[in-house]
Design a binder for this molecule. Structure first.
Ligand SMILES: Nc1nc2c(ncn2[C@@H]2O[C@H](COP(=O)(O)OP(=O)(O)OP(=O)(O)O)[C@@H](O)[C@H]2O)c(=O)[nH]1
Length: 601
């Protein structure tokens, strides 16, 4: 076990593609952790989906041993962080487990959006930030200019920072020396009562939940009774140890300053929430670590299987995913159009998409999902309140006294040149401007109160697009406010399709209904009869389109006689047919649902 002064806990932060994962691999390799040929390309991102989407969904940690130039052996704990606003809370807990952050800057690009956003996050946690300038092997590299940018824009000393090529393995030692010299060692009394921060956990079918933690004070050993302070769960530790690149290494004891794991035959990650404090059950620490936040699903949608008989498979799959993902919630619901399914709660849209993709890929399910929604509070004239997370349950307007929708406190940080783009965007989404602060001459922080409903769908993407990616976004629920809500029903051939109805603010209902009608028209294949597509509030139709009758001839565009191409098109049509869903008299392809889901794109 390393002495506390020889431990360094850090994470790597960077703008996308600046070389974070490549540097992580190189650090692992330099520390002799992994022989090159054993290394699958990027070890830290270990879920397929993560790799494909180029994002890191779950935080992971790894311990490296480095013999520094001073002759001492150091224990370096690298904690990986996810990179999307949906997972901001997980990022904040991972950073809270570190004392320093290596900031990778691509020398051909200089400071970019996430360079700034991530640096700001790291600063909030008082981390020592060490810039390194990557990709110096490229002819376009201009590390001097990139350094100047870091000094001018971020205000970090950078002139003497390492210039490296993570890809070619140039100057990697300089990064390691920098970490050893400049990241402060952890402090914390190993003899005090146990106080450890959970920054991640993972379900393993043999050992139960593996809890990843950073020990702040005290120590943990097998046999010890530990308590999670927020969930109240008490368990006996079965095993504790370090997280090595190629697996876990059990040890006798972990103590203050270290990063490691423990197992305790825990059946469900619900007991080991990210951000919770682990303490000794017999002699607990006086106070939990600050910053714990219970999980709060922000977005709900209904998930159904295309083939209704797969409902039990869907339930099993959701249960399995939930074992590993405490932020996923679900309960059974049913729809006239779609049959039996589940109402699921997510942290945000990306989280929702990731879960949907995992269900389809890992569990081989074909899904139909309904429009996502937030939770509305509807107060009825009889004095009761209904929490509505599904438009289907929206009470009859005649019985409604008032309705409220969730608002969030939005915090946007961006260079001041983009303020002119950001403000109209927020106003357009019913945002209420609170204040604006200059963080330095160039950087501003804007505060808004906004309806959650307006930001969950596409606000993050729109914000990025309007600020060349430079803005960062953070939001938290601030409460409920009265709102003029309406429920809009979508009707196909005169029949309401419950899975497509939605709740919206009165001002937004019309444009949304119109776009939805258009999208449906585009995506519903022509059939043998004409189909009116209507949107209605109560009995009043507010938008209408028509899908003309006619069978779509997929071969029409196929001139010439290439039979294989024709076959392919016919195959495709057959495939399409299989995916149709019969809604009353109308067949809707799954893609139509997906297309309307992405309405705002
Ligand atoms: N020429 C050159 N290319 C590099 C270097 N470091 C990384 N790259 C390349 O840059 C691309 C992005 O590198 P990653 O390590 O995946 O970047 P990242 O910051 O982890 O990106 P995300 O995981 O998407 O956030 C890859 O194609 C790397 O091969 C370098 O030093 N030189």
């Amino acid at each position: 076990m390393a002495k506390q002064e020889n431990i360094r806990n850090f994470s790597i932060i960077a703008h996308i593609d600046h070389g974070k994962s490549t540097l992580a691999d190189r650090l692992l390799e330099t520390c002799g952790a992994v022989a090159q040929r054993q290394m699958s390309d990027q070890l830290l991102d270990n879920m397929d989906l993560e790799r494909e989407r180029g994002i890191t969904i779950k935080a992971r940690a790894v311990r490296l041993t480095y013999r520094a130039q001073d002759g001492e052996d150091y224990e370096l704990n690298l904690i990986d962080t996810p990179g999307h606003v949906d997972f901001n809370y997980e990022v904040s807990r991972s950073l809270a487990a570190c004392e320093g952050a290596v900031l990778v800057v691509d020398s051909t690009q200089g400071v970019e959006a996430q360079t700034l956003a991530n640096t700001y996050l790291a600063m909030e946690h008082d981390l020592e930030i060490l810039p390194v300038f990557n990709k110096i092997d490229l002819p376009a590299a201009d590390p001097a200019r990139a350094k100047q940018e870091v000094e001018d824009i971020i205000g970090l000393p950078a002139l003497d920072a390492p210039e490296i090529s993570a890809k070619m393995g140039i100057n990697i030692d300089a990064v390691l020396e920098d970490i050893v010299k400049n990241v402060p060692p952890p402090t914390g009394d190993p003899e005090a009562p146990l106080k450890a921060l959970i920054f991640d956990s993972q379900y393993d079918s043999y050992r139960g939940v593996i809890v990843y933690m950073r020990l702040m004070e005290g120590s943990v050993r097998p046999g010890q009774q530990v308590k999670m302070m927020a969930s109240g769960a008490v368990y006996q530790v079965v095993e504790c140890g370090h997280l090595l690149p190629l697996g876990m290494e059990p040890c006798e004891r972990l103590s203050a300053g270290e990063v490691g794991y423990f197992t305790a035959s825990i059946k469900n990650v619900k007991d080991t929430r990210v951000g919770d404090t682990v303490t000794d059950a017999a002699s607990p620490t006086a106070e939990a670590l600050p910053g714990y936040r219970p999980v709060q699903p922000m977005v709900y949608c209904g998930i159904y299987t295309e083939d209704g008989s797969k409902y039990p498979d869907l339930r099993d799959a959701l249960e399995k995913l939930q074992l590993n993902d405490a932020s996923l919630s679900f309960e059974p619901e049913s729809s006239v159009a779609l049959g039996f399914g589940f109402r699921c709660g997510f942290l945000g849209m990306l989280h929702m998409e990731v879960i949907q993709e995992r269900l389809e890929r890992e569990f081989d399910l074909d899904l139909v999902t309904t429009l996502p929604s937030v939770i509305y509070h509807v107060y009825k004239t009889d004095g009761t309140m209904v929490a509505v997370d599904n438009p289907h349950n929206y009470p009859d307007p005649a019985t409604i006294e008032r309705a409220e929708e969730p608002y969030v406190k939005v915090n946007i940080i961006a260079p001041n040149e983009f303020v002119g783009n950001i403000m109209p965007m927020c106003q357009d989404r019913r945002g209420e401007f609170k204040d604006m602060q200059y963080l330095d001459t160039n950087l501003v922080e804007l505060h808004y109160q906004m309806p959650l409903n307006e930001i969950i769908y596409d606000f993050f993407d729109a914000l990025k697009a309007n600020t060349k990616g430079y803005a960062s976004l953070d939001y938290e629920l601030s409460g409920y406010r009265p709102s003029e809500l309406v429920k809009v029903d979508m009707k196909l051939n005169g029949e309401a399709v419950d899975a497509l109805s939605f709740i919206a603010h009165r001002d937004k209902a019309y444009p949304r209904a119109r776009r939805l009608c258009e999208k449906l028209k585009e995506n519903i294949p022509r059939q043998l009869f004409e189909i009116p597509v209507q949107a209605a509030i109560g009995g009043r139709v507010i938008a209408r389109e028509t899908v003309k009758a006619m069978r779509k001839d997929v071969l029409a565009k196929c001139y010439g006689g290439d039979i294989t191409r024709k076959k392919k098109l016919l195959e495709k049509q057959k495939e399409g047919k299989k995916k149709m869903r019969s809604l009353g008299t109308v067949q809707i392809p799954t893609e139509a649902f997906l297309a309307v889901l992405k309405l705002d794109e």
